[in-house]
Design a protein around this ligand. Structure first.
Ligand code: KG4
Length: 338
């Protein structure tokens, strides 16, 4: 009999459900929430209400597209945290209710573990997957971490951001440039047409493998602002060069610590994950770095970089195989490290 896992992701503003059978992805449905666009950021209360509307049709579609029925499920994996509490509560409560109805276990998944294990999401049995140990650069809207992955359920954080995450650096700088939220993809597009050497922004001097992006943000602001007012003309004329220089600085900061971590650990495999790993510059820089150092690179398909339930289902699958289940009295958590 196959091990069939339903994954549910509701940590932020995407409601997603996926089905994995014996480690192979059968379906992955994502309902993104447009309601936040006009606010320039995710509004937690609106997010949880939208999750409540979306969760039943999204799970239903995932099961149908997988060509299975509810009775085929072995367990339900859900994101328990970190994320927005109200949003997490929708997925957690739904997973508990459905599992009680079907008399199958629940498996809680750390959202960050999901990103790290997203490289094991395979749509065909011959898909390439990393071998342990590997180093994962996890770069998202809320986290920037260097993680040594020793096994499916055995990870060690080697470095983390002490202030902003890489995605926040993209988004906050984009916001002062007047770009829509989230600004990362807009910077990515603009950067392709700009001169990355035009502007110089501050880089951090932090010991060890930790990251910092707040100094970069401040120096970006100073370049843009005359007094406290953003100079709209200056931004308009220089937006491509600003974006290219910003992106290049973020990449340099990320790669500097990645290189140190590779030297310290001696790993032969490097993976990236999280929303910022969709960035064209980050992807190219990591691929070039790995080629130059004879490392095997794992760059996720763009659809698996942002929040999705496929990664939750696969992380849940590996916990299920190790017999790690979740009690019914467990509650979501907003913040946690790997
Ligand atoms: O992992 P993720 O979906 O969720 C959160 O942690 O919130 O990451 C979202 C982040 C945002 O900061 C967004 O701007 C960034 O990923 N992002 C990008 C790109 N696509 C998404 N940043 C730079 N370039 C991109 N192409």
């Amino acid at each position: 009999m196959k091990t069939v896992i339903l994954g549910i992701e509701s940590s932020c503003d995407d409601t997603s459900a996926a089905v994995v059978a014996d480690g192979i992805l059968l379906s992955n449905v994502i309902a993104s929430q447009q309601v936040h666009e006009e606010y320039g950021g995710v509004v937690p209360e609106l997010a949880s209400r939208a999750h409540q509307q979306n969760i039943v049709p999204v799970v239903d579609a995932a099961i149908r597209r997988a060509g299975i029925s509810k009775a085929d499920l072995s367990a339900i994996a859900f994101t328990r945290g970190p994320g927005l509490l109200g949003s997490l509560l929708v997925g957690t409560s739904f997973a508990k209710g459905l599992s009680l109805g079907l008399r199958i276990p629940i498996v809680d998944v750390n959202h960050l573990h999901g990103h790290v294990l997203s490289h094991f999401v395979r749509e065909t049995p011959d898909g390439r997957v990393p071998t342990f140990p590997y180093l994962c650069l996890l770069v998202s809207g809320g986290n920037s971490q260097l993680i040594l992955v020793k096994g499916y359920n055995d990870m060690e954080i080697l470095g983390r951001t002490i202030d902003d995450a890489a995605g926040e650096a993209f988004d906050k700088c984009a916001k002062v440039m007047g770009l829509p939220y989230p600004g990362g993809p807009y910077i990515d597009r603009l950067a392709a047409e700009g001169d990355a050497r035009r502007f110089k922004f501050a880089k951090p001097h932090i010991q060890g493998l930790d990251y910092s992006f707040s100094g970069l943000k401040t120096s970006f602001l100073y370049t843009l602002r005359d007094g406290i007012k953003a100079d709209a003309d200056f931004i308009e004329k220089n937006k491509a060069d600003l974006a290219a220089s910003l992106q290049a600085t973020i990449i340099a900061i990320l790669l500097d610590k990645l290189e140190k971590a590779v030297r310290q650990t001696g790993v032969k495999t490097v993976a990236i994950g999280g929303g910022v790993s969709a960035n064209s510059g980050v992807r190219a820089a990591v691929a070039d770095f790995c080629a130059a150092h004879e490392l095997e690179a794992f760059i996720p398909e763009r659809k698996f970089t942002t929040d999705n339930a496929a990664m939750v289902a696969i992380a849940g699958y590996f916990k299920y195989l190790d017999g790690i289940f979740c009690p019914y009295d467990s509650t979501p958590y907003a913040r946690v490290e790997v």
